[in-house]
Design a protein around this ligand. Structure first.
Ligand code: GTP
Length: 300
């Protein structure tokens, strides 16, 4: 098992030190003395597992657990309660609130190590499943499911922070003709090449590209306004042309080209939801197709 990042939340310094000794050096262990300090720490740090005490001054462990499980950013972090409260009622309450395990104090080092190992194994498997469920099988880039989830997250973040968010819908021109002419297998190869080229050229900050549908891709550009999004779309158009993948049956060029629709929030006719943002990019893409393909249209 790889080394994990573990956060110990306990007001008793001795407990923190003992747990750190128990789990180091195999794992990187951090300690904070209160639930409030935990949330502060989590705002800027990532962690694989939390060991949480219940009775603490200020916010208690149950309240902290409830809060952790209510926030989509901290909800997936497994929590093991380590508490001197040894009644079945306490244990049941902790598990019902979403803790993965409950260890009573005084604890034995071997038990702590074994239970931590179990939870980390489960987390690793869950992370792998989550990753596999988010990847498109053919192109090995993020799939539609990942796109929908992330766009929705980025949308909320942009609205909250008052920051722009752009979407680019990308469609390979005359791809049916490509398949018909070169065969489905070459079609698959072409999709893979286009996908990896789009991804390689869309790496800034939290930008990402996903496979949106058959021969459609979508780029999400958090923090980018119209000008930046259009500049990126121009670049994507150029790099796909530069791939120079032969497409002799295409009426627009002798190589593979793409058409794009771009939309930005906030725009002139402000989108009220992420689906409206996509709708507008889709209208842009439709216009780009109408205008003869191998082109980009911004839709406000
Ligand atoms: N090889 C391959 N082809 C696919 C895959 N997914 C979708 N397609 C094909 O993509 C083609 C899309 O065709 P259309 O929607 O008519 O679009 P188009 O031919 O690109 O035409 P325009 O978009 O109008 O330029 C269809 O022939 C699909 O069979 C895939 O995974 N592999």
């Amino acid at each position: 098992m790889r080394s994990a990042r573990i956060l110990v939340v306990d007001d008793d310094e001795l407990n923190r030190v003992v747990l750190e000794k128990t789990l180091s050096p195999k794992h990187k262990v951090f300690g904070v003395e209160s639930a409030e300090a935990m949330f502060e720490w989590l705002a800027t740090n990532s962690v694989d597992l939390i060991l949480l005490d219940i009775v603490m001054p200020g916010m208690d462990g149950y309240e902290a657990l409830r809060k952790l499980k209510h926030d989509e950013r901290t909800q997936p972090i497994p929590v093991i309660i380590i508490s001197a409260n040894d009644s079945l009622v306490d244990e049941a309450k902790g598990l019902e609130l979403g803790a993965m395990d409950y260890i009573t104090k005084p604890f034995g080092s071997a038990i702590v190590r074994a239970r931590v190992k179990n939870q980390l194994t489960i987390k690793q498997k869950n992370d792998l499943l989550e990753m596999l469920a988010s990847i498109d099988g053919l192109t090995e880039i993020p799939n539609r499911r990942y796109f929908d989830e992330q766009l929705s997250r980025e949308w909320r973040r942009s609205v909250r922070a008052g920051l722009p968010l752009s979407v680019v819908l990308i469609d390979i021109d005359f791809f049916k003709r490509y398949n018909d002419h070169y065969g489905h297998q070459r079609g698959d190869e072409c999709l893979k090449k286009v996908a990896s080229t789009l991804v390689a050229n869309c790496q800034r900050g939290s930008d990402f590209v996903a496979r949106y549908g058959g021969e459609e891709f979508a780029a999400v550009l958090p923090g980018s306004e119209e000008g930046t999004a259009m500049a990126l779309a121009q670049k994507l158009k150029r790099v796909i042309e530069e791939l120079n993948v032969a497409h002799i049956d295409s009426p627009v060029a002798d190589h593979v080209t793409i058409s794009m629709g771009v939309s930005t929030y906030p725009g002139f006719g402000d989108a009220q939801s992420e689906s409206q943002l996509i709708e507008r990019a889709d209208k842009g893409l439709y216009k780009a197709k109408q205008q003869g393909r191998n082109t980009i249209v911004f839709f406000a």
